[in-house]
Structure formats: structure tokens, C-alpha cells
Design a protein around this ligand. Structure first.
Ligand code: F6P
Length: 328
């Protein structure tokens, strides 16, 4: 029998990503549209365990579609990984009369939701929010597009100074253990080489490629390195290695870090967040649970949590070839 949903909770969990606020707004307003009460849950699963809830209406989310970060705050909760922690969270939800929740986060957050659903038969729905784009079942996670634009803008600036001094830059970008950000910004910013976890370029090929760049008359070189790159050396070790083997290069390093997670979301991420929020709430209302909403073939789609978590989001290897051709 279809359970009537009267109160939906919404939380952001794991690393924040641009577009999370736009997704909170979309969940809250879709609830208001369908006359369902909505509760914001602060600090991810930590706040769920503590019963840190606030009732939200359509006006509570005004002026946030363009804001980075998350107004609900986020956390990576250790306590929610324990049976006791999840039981405490369940008791708090029951006490507040909340009968379903939408979690905006990454694979760790979805794993938590999946276990919780199994233990308490509690309706849950996920919205993929992470700059890494590492979740199966959606071509884009929330925040990914914004992060790409942020990083490309920064690399353009680094290129200005690199060309002025004829320097080589190693630029480390985020992405945990996947290379989506590195690969796309590498092509978008015209990098000479791109190092990603999915492919082991090898140090010899790197040197060979840098030699080619030098002899072809380039005034600067940019190598984009994904933080989880397979070569197994940090950007600082790469710098030392190249300087030892190619004295003709003056090398600098730039680790972009958490600035990649900040800033106002792109229009793409705002629209995506709005669509995902509507789909998440309306799926719960129609009795669906334990799914992640995602973008597939330009439309909103649902992927079971276990597939979203276990599956791999594949990089586009053709982009590596495109990059090789472009950096001739
Ligand atoms: O998952 C998002 C992400 O920014 C990754 O790209 C990065 O590896 C990680 O989070 C950093 O985590 P923290 O903010 O906990 O240092």
C-alpha cells in the first residue's frame, strides 16, 4: 500500500558542491507546491542524529539559488556508520514526524541512506552533489560544471604568467580517484599533458611530450594532474623529476585545492538542481524509494542506490586523444 507522505526532510552530506543550495530550494519548493511539509536537516547525518531540524517553507529558500556552499551545512558523519548512530537518527526522524528524506551528496552519503532504508524501511531519495562527477547513473553531478568553469578560469590566469616567464606548470586539481575534472579542464584550457588515475601515462612519455613542446616553440607548458593520478608521484615530486631530467625547464607547481568547491553555481548547475529537486520529491510522493535521481539522455532518470554506488562513471577516453592532437 502506498504510504502517504506528509513530511519530507532534506540534508546535504559529504563534501559541499556548488548547486547544493539550488537543490535544497528545489526540494523545499516542490514540497510546498504539493502541500507537503519540509524540514531542513542541519550538518548532514550528524544533525539527523542530533535532531537538528528546521521547518522550511517556500520563502525560507529565497535568494539562495546563486549561492555556493550549503545553507544547511555539511558533514562526513562517522556516527551514522554505526548501528547506534542510525537508530538515534531514526528515533529523531520519527519524533519529528518526518516520513521520508532527500539526501544531497556523494556515494558515501548514498551508502548511508541505502543502509538506513534497509534497516528501518524508511523512504529515501538521493540527489548527486559532488564536484568529482564520480557517480554512476548521471552524466553530471551537481557542482561538476561549476568546478570545471572555475578551474578553467584559473588555469587561463596561470597560463598568462607561465607564458611571460617561459615556464612549465604542474597544476593539481581535485576529483578524488577519478579524472573527470582533470581531463575536461585539460582540454578546455589547452594543457600540454593531462595525468589522470584512469590512464598511466608514465614518466618517460611525459618527458618525451615535454621535450616535443619545447622544440616546437611553445612559450609555456601546462600539465594538469588529477589528485588521484596513477603515475604515483605528487605534483612536487613531478616538478623535481622534470627539473632533474630537463634542465631547460623552469618549473612551478600550483595545487588548486578547495577553491574548486566554492563559488556561485553555473546556470547549468542551477537548472540541473531544480530539475533534480522536483524529480526527487515527486518520486517519493509516488511511492519510490532507494533511488538516486540523475541526468540521462537529457532527461531525469532514477538509478537504484546500489547501482549508483557500485557502478563506475566512465571517463571519455576519446578526450585524451583529442587533447594529444590539440597539444601538438
Ligand atoms: O569529493 C569532493 C572532494 O572535494 C574531492 O575532490 C576531494 O578529494 C575531497 O572532497 C576533499 O575532501 P575534504 O574537503 O574532506 O578535504
Amino acid at each position: 500500500m502506498l504510504q502517504t507522505i506528509k513530511k519530507i526532510g532534506v540534508l546535504t552530506s559529504g563534501g559541499d558542491a556548488p548547486g547544493m543550495n539550488a537543490a535544497i530550494r528545489a526540494v523545499v519548493r516542490t514540497c510546498a507546491f504539493h502541500s507537503i511539509k519540509c524540514y531542513g536537516i542541519y550538518r548532514g547525518y550528524e544533525g539527523m542524529i542530533d535532531g537538528d531540524f528546521v521547518e522550511m517553507d517556500a520563502r525560507s529558500v529565497k535568494g539562495i539559488i546563486n549561492k555556493g556552499g550549503t545553507i544547511l551545512k555539511s558533514a562526513r558523519s562517522k556516527a551514522f556508520r554505526t548501528v547506534e548512530g542510525r537508530k538515534a537518527a531514526y528515533d529523531q526522524l520519527k519524533k519529528a514526524g518526518i516520513d521520508a528524506f532527500v539526501v544531497i551528496g556523494g556515494d558515501g552519503s548514498f551508502t548511508g541512506a541505502m543502509v538506513f532504508n534497509k534497516e528501518f524501511d524508511f523512504p529515501v531519495m538521493g540527489i548527486p552533489g559532488t564536484i568529482d562527477n564520480d557517480i554512476y547513473g548521471t552524466t553530471h553531478t551537481l557542482g561538476y560544471d561549476t568546478a570545471l568553469n572555475t578551474v578553467v578560469e584559473v588555469i587561463d590566469k596561470i597560463r598568462d604568467t607561465a607564458s611571460s616567464h617561459n615556464r612549465l606548470f604542474f597544476i593539481e586539481v581535485m576529483g578524488r580517484d577519478v579524472g573527470h575534472i582533470a581531463l575536461n579542464v585539460g582540454v578546455g584550457a589547452g594543457a600540454e599533458e593531462i595525468l589522470i588515475p584512469e590512464e598511466n601515462l608514465g614518466l618517460d612519455r611525459l618527458l618525451e611530450s615535454l621535450r616535443r613542446s619545447k622544440t616546437s616553440g611553445k612559450s609555456s607548458s601546462i600539465v594538469v594532474v588529477a589528485e588521484g593520478d596513477k603515475i604515483g608521484k605528487s605534483v612536487f615530486e613531478l616538478k623535481d623529476y622534470v627539473e632533474e631530467n630537463m634542465t631547460e625547464y623552469e618549473v612551478r607547481v600550483s595545487v588548486l585545492g578547495h577553491m574548486q568547491r566554492g563559488g556561485s553555481p553555473s546556470c547549468f548547475d542551477r537548472v540541473l538542481a531544480s530539475r533534480m529537486g522536483v524529480k526527487a520529491v515527486e518520486s517519493i510522493i509516488t511511492g519510490k524509494s532507494n533511488y538516486m535521481v540523475g541526468l540521462k539522455n537529457d532527461g531525469m532518470d532514477l538509478t537504484p542506490f546500489d547501482q549508483a554506488v557500485k557502478g563506475k562513471s566512465k571517463i571519455d577516453k576519446e578526450l585524451l586523444r583529442v587533447s594529444d592532437i590539440m597539444s601538438i
